[in-house]
Design a protein around this ligand. Structure first.
Ligand code: UT7
Length: 352
């Protein structure tokens, strides 16, 4: 068995800065409310009609590939995590392959849909392929363009103010040293509350889990016609919804549990962690978990203040930034953990 290391990491942050006050133009909100409840000061939005989830992911991927010291033709597998893809199908994996001009090698491209846990899930998948020797250089891209799918009315403020756009990518490779690389990964899910943090439409459910009446699905077409209905458009039902307090309550329980699981599996302790990078969902959640782990401020990296919640991209953007700032060094024990829609959650420990 081989060990998997992060051989290169890159990020792409779109240029347009959107402050909390900028959002006041569209909805009844305030800088004070947003900062107090979430820690967010501003977020970035991609350029409409010019940038997409794929193009941002490709920019991040170019940096990761260069930093890994390989050529794009050396990549033997692609993984892409996003909840805001360019198309309903095909996924962004093949689109980023085309965008990077990697079609010659015809390598496999896998899309994963694990929302906030996307990075931890993708890391674990890539680890299994590298460990067994099946692949040597996996390009793993995480990118989100939330701004195109949010409800900018006051009705949508509980969700919209939290999210931002951005991308990051890693190249996962065989580690040369025995004491380097991913030590353990832990993945979980519980679909009980699937609809409590979800974008339900468009979809094939036809009201099945949700009550046909409530969503007013028409029956005029015997076979189909429910994927996108006029009612969904008229009633602004094509946007994500979230029961924030339920998600918060579950997150602060599951984060510490799944981190403990990773520490127990490796015989390490909270004290051994040199850098903890939580999914950037809410600064209050990160601070709660930090306290539970007993970690000082310099061992936790948060950047939600600048970028908001970038879902699958949040951990690798933070990891890239921490590394660029010299806060992650060779030999450091890095812990990542995430919780979100599904619910799905997970953790990983790696020696940098
Ligand atoms: O990455 C995905 C995982 N997601 C999460 O982990 C999110 C977890 N949840 C949270 O972070 C928090 O629940 C939120 C930040 C989303 C919301 O904070 P909260 O303290 O739970 O607020 P709330 O939803 O209970 O709303 C409290 C009040 C409500 O008004 P009333 O009913 O008390 O009059 C909301 O309508 O705040 C109102 N409100 C807002 N006011 C100003 C909700 N959103 C806003 C807003 N600006 N943007």
């Amino acid at each position: 068995m081989y060990r998997t290391k992060i051989g290169g990491i890159g990020k792409y942050i779109p240029e347009t800065v959107v402050s909390n006050n900028d959002l006041k133009e569209y909805m009844d909100t305030s800088d004070e409310w947003i900062q107090e409840r979430t820690g967010i000061k501003e977020r970035r939005y991609a350029k409409k009609h010019e940038e997409t989830t794929t193009t941002m992911g490709a920019e991040a991927a170019k940096v990761a590939i260069e930093r890994a010291g390989i050529d794009k033709e050396d990549i033997d597998f692609i993984i892409f995590a996003t909840l805001s893809p360019d198309y309903y199908f095909p996924g962004c994996g093949v689109l980023v392959q085309r965008e990077l001009g990697m079609t010659k090698t015809e390598v496999g491209a896998l899309d994963i849909r694990n929302q906030c846990s996307g990075f931890v899930y993708g890391l674990s998948i890539a680890d299994q392929f590298i460990k067994t020797g099946m692949y040597k250089n996996i390009l793993f891209v995480c990118s989100e363009m939330h701004s195109m799918g949010l409800d900018f009315r006051t009705e949508g403020r509980g969700v919209t103010v939290i999210f931002g756009d951005g991308a990051a990518a890693v190249v996962l490779q065989r580690a040369e040293k025995d004491d380097q690389g991913i030590l353990t990964t832990h993945l979980h899910s519980d679909g009980t509350h699937a609809e409590e943090l979800a974008m339900i439409n468009p979809g094939s459910h036809g009201g099945h889990h949700l009550g046909k009446e409530k969503f007013g699905f028409p029956d005029e077409n015997k076979f189909g016609g429910l994927f996108v209905t006029q009612k969904m458009v008229d009633d602004h039902m094509l946007a994500p919804n979230m029961t924030g307090q339920l998600v918060f309550k579950n997150a602060v329980t599951k984060f510490p549990e799944v981190i403990k699981e990773a520490l127990d599996a490796t015989g390490l302790k909270g004290d051994d962690i040199d850098m903890f990078i939580p999914h950037q969902a809410n600064l209050r959640i990160s601070q709660f978990v930090q306290k539970r782990l007993g970690l000082p401020d310099d061992k936790v990296y948060n950047n939600i203040q600048k970028y908001g919640n970038t879902t699958a991209a949040s951990i690798p953007i933070a990891m890239c930034e921490a590394w660029e700032e010299g806060k992650i060094k060779d030999g450091d024990l890095v812990c990542v953990a995430a919780f979100g829609s599904g619910f799905t959650w997970g953790s990983a420990l790696m020696r940098w």
